[in-house]
Design a protein around this ligand. Structure first.
Ligand SMILES: *Cc1c(COP(=O)(O)O)cnc(C)c1O
Length: 395
């Protein structure tokens, strides 16, 4: 096969073609390399590989051809120089912290991030002398005000979970760089099919591949995308030593996921937009959080920054936690599960599940009320999704 430079192709093509290097077996689909180690032609070659003087595989905790195909494909789609895959999204976030932070450093993080990300910064990095302050995702001035001389990273998710707030990536990248900090963006909700944070000035993208990249709720995985320098100096040495590697099998699933990502994301967004407009009209619903709605505070920003509005909708029901639980329990088809980004629509009550381990004070500050319900809108017929929700809105 002639080596083609896929950088010059569209994202939809890269998602299907990039990263795969055909072997002497002429296979069409990417093989799964289930091997823990690799053999060397001589003792000298082994020594050269271990010192890094010769490129090549050594051991699958470091590199694996199936995992490498996934990494190269995702790096290209994110417009990054290099990607490393991890065992989970949390392992990827952990790697960014372990690679880049040391005792005495400071992090500014948005308040609305994934529950475990809050715990990671507070409980674990905190334990080793890294301090984190949490600020409003959408308040650029608050980010700048929170920066101290020892601040090293700004970390955010956009759109946020579960309130679907939108951060101005370009503005926050400028703030970060003016203070010699790096901006890390968790791009799990949009994926590169909808938003490319590195093009907007972010330095590092992290992913939970578990969500839209898989797209069918099968595997747990994560990734870090950044410049060659950041990956080579800070992230790869940690991966190699820390060992939270993605398995070849999971990489193979995620490669398949990437191939249909653009088509799925568009369909998720179309269904979510239709559902959000329908939810707004329901008298039992007090508030709908979805950036396609002109009532959304960052509607214009979302339009500018993303190519579509995303697949996750959240809303508040009248009547508190009881009403929220009743709505969830009345559904027959929707899956009651905290996972998202699946072709199956999922419904969850953030205050008692994904964000249940946060103190009620932290939760209240983050705006995650007891009457909030989050839906990751799947690809079932929109009429069936509406009908399933209508059961709990009318009884
Ligand atoms: C799920 C999720 C994570 C964590 O990823 P895992 O693969 O579950 O470890 C991080 N960030 C966001 C936004 C997520 O939704």
């Amino acid at each position: 096969m002639n080596e083609i430079d896929w950088n010059e192709y569209a994202l939809e093509t890269q998602a299907i073609r990039a990263g795969q290097h055909r072997t002497h077996e002429d296979e069409h689909s990417m093989p799964i390399f289930m091997t823990s180690s690799y053999v060397f032609k001589s003792a000298e070659e082994a020594a050269l590989r271990f010192t890094g003087q010769q490129a090549g595989n050594i051991y699958s905790r470091f590199t694996n051809p199936t995992v490498a195909a996934f990494q190269d494909r995702l790096a290209m789609m994110e417009k990054g120089e290099r990607c490393l895959a991890f065992a989970s999204g949390m392992a990827a976030i952990m790697a960014v912290g372990m690679g880049l932070l040391k005792v005495g450093d400071h992090v500014v993080c948005s308040r609305g991030v994934f529950g475990n990300t809050v715990l990671m910064f507070q409980n674990y990095f905190g334990k080793f002398g890294v301090e984190t302050d949490f600020v409003d995702l959408t308040d650029v001035n608050a980010w700048e005000a929170a920066i101290k001389p020892n601040t090293r990273l700004l970390f955010l998710e956009t759109p946020s979970n579960p309130l679907i707030e939108i951060a101005d990536i370009r503005a926050l990248a400028d703030v970060a760089h003016a203070h010699n900090c790096l901006l890390v963006v968790d791009n799990c909700f949009c994926t590169p099919a909808l938003q490319k944070p590195l093009e907007l000035g972010a330095d590092i993208v992290v992913h939970s591949a578990t969500k839209y990249i898989d797209g069918q709720g099968r595997c747990v995985g994560g990734a870090v995308v950044a410049s060659d320098e950041i990956i080579e100096k800070y992230i790869y040495p940690y991966l190699r030593t820390g060992g939270a590697t993605m398995s070849a099998f999971n990489a193979w699933i995620f490669l398949g996921g990437l191939e249909t990502l653009s088509v799925r994301m568009k369909a998720h967004c179309d269904n979510a937009t239709a559902l959000a407009h329908w939810l707004v009209e329901q008298p039992a619903i007090a508030k709908v959080n979805y950036p396609a709605l002109t009532s959304h505070p960052q509607h214009e920003l979302a339009k500018r920054q993303q190519s579509h509005f995303g697949g996750v909708v959240s809303f508040e029901v009248h009547g508190g936690k009881k009403a929220a639980w009743r709505l969830i329990d009345a559904t027959q088809m929707l899956s009651i599960t905290a996972n998202l980004g699946d072709v199956k629509t999922t419904i969850t009550h953030p205050a008692t599940t994904t964000h249940g381990r946060l103190s009620s004070e932290v939760r209240a500050k983050a705006g995650i009320n007891d009457n909030l319900v989050r839906i990751s809108v799947g690809l079932e017929a929109i009429e069936d999704i509406k009908a399933d929700l209508a059961r709990g809105l009318t009884n």
